[in-house]
Design a protein around this ligand. Sequence first.
Ligand code: ACO
Length: 369
Amino acid sequence: MTNAAITGWGTCMPPAVLTNADLATFLDTDDAWITSRTGMKERCVSHVPALELATVAARRAIACAGLEPGDIDLILYGSCSNGEQVPNSASGVQAALGATRAAAMDINTACTSFLYSLSTASAMIRTGVVRRAVVIGVELISPYMDWSNRNVAVLFGDGCAAVVLEAAESDEGLLGERLGCDAEGRASLRVRGIGCVYANRDVVLGDTLWDFDGQEIFRRAVRGMSQASAAVLEQCGVTPDQIDLVVPHQANLRIIEAVVGRTGISMDKVMLTVQRYGNMSAATVPVALTEAVETGRVRPGALVLMPAFGAGLTFCAHLVRWGSRVTPLAVSEAALSPSPRTALEMVNDIRARRASTSARSAAGLQADV
Ligand code: ACO
C-alpha cells in the first residue's frame, strides 16, 4: 500500500516578540493572570505578509526533503486568516516558489486547518492523484486582532510551518485520523471581519469583532480532542503507553493537560510551545512538530499523536508514524528580513489604524480598504 511519508519540515517564525509585559502596557492585564490561566509568556508578531512566511517555510521544508519546488505536485495552504479569498493563497505560494507543476488549494477549518490539510494530502497521495505535496499551516492574526479585548488579545500569535509529504511504500506517515465537528458550539467561537469577506459590508476590514465564550470553548475543546484521541488510538490498535510524543494544538496549557490526562498519557511526552508562541491557530501543530524534530524529540519510527480543535468547532486527532530520517537532506537559505520595528510598535500601529477606521465607520464613511 502506498503511504504518505513526512520527508521534509520547516518553520518560519517572525522575529519580533510580544511579551506579557508588552500587553500590559495597553491592556488591563498582567503576566501573572496570563501565565496562570493560559501558560503563555510570549508570542510573535509578523512584519511580513502571511504569503512570505508560508513561502520561506515551504522552501525550508522542500530543501529538507532534498527536493526542488519543481518536484511538488500539490500545495495545501491551511489557514483562516487569508488576506484574500480570490485568488486563493496557495496559488500565491506556488508563484513565489516557482512550483509551476503544483496544484494549489486553500483549506480553512480554523485551528485544525493544518491537520485537515494533512488528511487531504495523504488521501490524495494514497490514491495516486499526486506523489509529492507541501502542506502549510500559517496564520497572520495580529492585523485582525481586537487589541482592546483582553479576553482574546493575550491568546494569539503569528507563525508558520510546512511539511513535505511523499508517496512511500514503507509503513510510515499518517496511520489514522478522526475528524469531527461539534457544530452545536459554533456560536461560541466567531471572528467577524477577518479577511475580506465582510469588508465594505457590516464590518470593515480591521474592525473585527471577536465573539468568544472562553469557558464553553474550553469544555468542548477538551471533550472533542480527548474523544478524537481515544477514537484514533482504538482505530489503529495503539495503546496510550505506545505513544512516543503528543504534539497538540496549543490554545491553552490547561486544555492540553486535561486532554493528555484523559487520554492516559503523561505530560513529559508532550511537545509544548504555548509559552513562547501562544496560539498560532493553524500554524501551532506544524511549528511544534518541526521544533520537536529539530530538538531531537522525534526519534526514527516514533508514534506521534496530534489532537486539535478550532472554530466550527472542528476537532480531530491524527496518529503519525515517523520515518527513519530525522535530519534534513539539505538546508534552504531562505530567510525573512529583520523586523524594522518591535512587536509592540507594530501592535500600537495596528491599534492606531483600527481606531481611525472605527472612527470613520462611526461617521458613516466607506473605509478605503
Ligand atoms: N487579563 C486579566 N483578566 C482577564 C483577562 C486578561 N487577559 N481576560 C479575562 N480576564 C478576566 C475576566 O474578565 C474575568 O473577570 P470577571 O470574573 O470579573 O468577569 C476573569 O478574568 C476570569 O475569566 P474566566 O473566563 O473565568 O477565565 P478562565 O479561567 O476561563 O480563562 C480563558 C479564560 C484563558 C480564555 C480560557 O477560558 C480559555 O483558554 N478558553 C479557551 C481558549 C480559547 O478560547 N482559545 C481560542 C481558541 S481559538 C482556537 O484555538 C481555535
